[in-house]
Write a protein that binds this ligand. Structure first.
Ligand SMILES: [Zn+2]
Length: 201
């Protein structure tokens, strides 16, 4: 995609997500559970009041980290990296949209995601961690919990697609490919899909 157009869409989506009530931020961490970003509702332990955060991972994180920027350590981020980040931003903003609009259905998903994260956190030796976590998730989560997680992941991509359209994106071929891979990763992680031929994690 034309680089300058990409920048406009990226910035629009960032600002729209922010205006909808999320703290949008770069975090200087690596992929967490297959996503290069996160949505965290950050519910207060006592009051339950949310302080939602949408994060895009970039290393090193820019400073300040809560303004969209196309510069990393003095050189421009490549168009391909920006497009990848744009898809991450849209997907995580899609989770945020789901959180804001789906009420009880979102809470049911969130309970399943917490159950998943508790299984994965169980102490294990580091060797073969991903495979062992996958086996544990496959065995310990119910089919209902797995379905809730996969459905939310697909929905977050679907909502993200609408948000990108609102921000001016017209060609979705690459976004749709990111969607296919993103949903597949979560399905793999729960033991619902096998790796695709030639795919490595
Ligand atoms: Zn996701």
């Amino acid at each position: 995609m034309d680089h300058s157009k990409l920048l406009v869409i990226y910035e629009k989506l960032w600002r729209a997500t922010s205006a909808a009530g999320a703290f949008v931020v770069y975090r200087g961490v690596g992929d967490v559970a297959g996503e290069a970003g996160w949505f965290e509702p950050r519910l207060d332990d006592e009051t339950g009041v949310p302080d939602p955060e949408v994060a895009v991972f970039r290393r090193p994180a820019p400073d300040p980290n809560s303004e969209p920027t196309f510069d990393r350590d003095g050189s421009p981020v490549s168009a391909i990296e920006l497009e990848t980040e744009l898809h991450v931003l849209a997907h995580e903003a899609g989770h945020f949209h789901s959180f804001r609009t789906r009420g009880e259905a979102w809470r049911a998903y969130h309970a399943a995601a917490i159950a998943r994260d508790q299984v994965v956190v169980a102490p294990e030796p580091a060797a073969d961690f991903a495979l062992r976590a996958r086996a544990a998730l496959s065995a310990q989560l119910t089919e209902k919990q797995k379905l809730l997680i996969v459905s939310e992941e697909q929905l977050a991509w679907d909502f993200g697609r609408e948000l990108l359209r609102d921000a001016g994106l017209q060609d979705f071929s690459r976004y749709d490919e990111s969607t296919r891979r993103g949903v597949h990763f979560h399905r793999y992680r729960l033991g619902l899909d096998e790796l695709w031929p030639g795919e490595e994690l």
